[in-house]
Ligand binder design. Structure first.
Ligand code: TXE
Length: 452
């Protein structure tokens, strides 16, 4: 039997072994999910709502345990890990409100009555990456369950532990057996079986653009809807009329948070030429103050990268680069990497490719049109920030930048109340926000003749 060895990225040491599921294991899980989903969809909406609130309460009661598990498995600073675990409970509570609000329509027609229904797909397959194992999974399973579906979840091989624990907590909270199952295994086996299995009726994929395109192609052959949350190379645009002190102080967190392993990372800083040098002066102390270290400590901003091979990939982006600023990181066996600020040209690899690490490329621009052109000069279109004190400019630029999630004088990208997702090579569809549960249903239209 093939196994997965789970490694603590802060020490580089293995601490857990897990069996890889086979295709037969996936088929058995899907069969259990099909059975559980029938009973779940037949429940009164309020009963589904209560069950999800119970799941949320159980997660809330285990935030500290989940957080410490994430620190050990993913190297997330304990403060961030606590936020991530609490976020799962918040997302469950938010979508617990959906079952009683999946409203259809009564449409006036001649000869009878016409109503629409939002019907669950059945079994939803959710495939998630290693950078936010708990939160990204909840963006899929909470609305999917709320809409009356069952869920099979495949965590990334590197970070399976908190997903497995959430599966256990769901059962402890009283969710029926088979309704929410976590299947640990390879993407090419378990992930691909979610795509090919006829009873998995929708797939939610979050991960690299390369794999996402392959998953979407497989779903297309099965006529299976798919949501894709993919890569990014988001721009942090700083205009001369911005509050430069505030923009510089916020810039490191926007790209070094989670060790840069964030699809929404503002990994390009576009600075208006007239304030470029001043901005770098202001950025220097903020980069120096960024604390990299033991993620179990509360006074740490950033832990290690997820793996040795990922660190090698990130480090390669600095070969030959014009490094303007460099932070610090611990020595030792963990996958530590000191944050870096690089001066770049638009054609440089460091300014074009997703690094998924604590490296940011700084590029100057001349005017508003130039800033928009540079920001859109990317295959990606996920997130972005605009720093300006002009409301008119904020509206013009936020409408012109081709990204799905933009912030003005802020870097926040994820609020579970609002839709999240990318344009272009950053994805298909949206997660979170008020409509997410409906995206896990199909609309049925029924006409009742009354002249019979
Ligand atoms: O991705 P991978 P990783 C992106 C981020 C980065 C990547 C890092 O931009 O590129 O994710 O995560 C499974 N068929 N985002 O390395 O390799 C695999 O097992 C089916 C964007 O994990 O694409 C894992 O569970 N599944 C995002 C998942 O796919 C397959 C936010 C992702 O793996 C598979 C976070 C296959 N052939 C990260 N091969 C956003 N936009 O929100 C692998 N998998």
């Amino acid at each position: 039997m093939s196994t997965i060895t789970v490694i603590d990225p802060s020490t580089g040491l293995p601490f857990h072994e897990l069996a890889r599921a086979t295709e037969a294991d996936v088929d058995a899980a899907v069969a259990r999910a099909v059975a559980a989903q029938r009973a779940w969809a037949a429940l009164a909406p309020g009963a589904r709502a209560d069950a999800l609130r119970a799941f949320a309460r159980t997660v809330e009661e285990h935030v500290e345990e989940l957080a410490r598990l994430e620190v050990r498995n993913s190297g997330h600073p304990i403060g961030s890990a606590r936020w991530e675990a609490a976020h799962v409970a918040q997302v469950l509570n938010y979508y617990a409100g959906a079952p009683e609000r999946l409203l259809g329509r009564q449409i006036p027609v001649p000869g009878g009555i016409d109503v629409t229904f939002h019907e669950p797909y059945g079994v939803v397959g959710i495939i998630v990456p290693w950078n936010f194992p708990m939160t990204i999974a909840s963006w899929g399973f909470a609305p999917a369950l709320a809409a009356g579906n069952a869920v099979v979840l495949k965590p990334a091989e590197l970070t399976p532990l908190t997903a497995l624990r959430l599966g256990e907590l769901a059962l402890a909270a009283g969710l029926p057996e088979g309704l929410f199952q976590v299947v640990v295994g390879s993407g090419s086996v378990v992930g691909q079986r979610f795509v090919s299995h006829p009873d998995v009726r929708k797939v939610v994929f979050t991960g690299s653009t390369e794999v996402g395109v392959d998953v979407a192609a497989g779903c297309a052959r099965m006529l299976k809807p798919v949501t894709l949350e993919l890569g990014g190379k988001s721009a942090n645009i700083v205009f001369a009329d911005a509050d430069l002190e505030k923009a510089a102080a916020a810039a490191p967190g926007a790209v070094f948070d989670n060790a840069g392993q964030d699809c929404c990372a503002r990994s390009r800083i576009l600075v208006q030429r007239s304030v470029h040098d001043r901005f770098l002066e202001l950025l220097e102390p903020a980069v120096s103050a960024w604390r990299v270290g033991d993620p179990s400590r509360e006074d740490v901003d950033m832990g290690p990268l997820i793996s040795a091979s990922h660190r090698e990939g990130v480090a390669a982006f600095l070969d030959g680069a014009d490094i303007a600023l460099r932070g610090t990181a611990p020595g030792g066996d963990g996958f530590w990497f000191a944050p870096a600020v690089v001066l770049a040209q638009p054609q440089d690899r460091v300014a074009r490719d997703e690094i998924f690490g604590p490296v940011v490329a700084v590029l100057p621009f001349d005017d508003e049109a130039d800033a928009i052109r540079l920001a859109n000069d990317s295959i990606y279109g996920l997130a972005g920030s605009i720093w300006t004190e002009s409301l008119g400019r904020a509206v013009r630029v936020s409408r012109a930048v081709k990204s799905g999630v933009l912030s003005v004088n802020s870097h926040s990208s994820v609020r579970y109340w609002t839709p999240f997702g990318g344009m272009k090579a950053s994805g298909l569809g949206r997660e979170l926000g008020p409509d997410a549960a409906e995206h896990f249903t199909e609309t049925k239209n029924v006409f009742f003749a009354t002249d019979a």
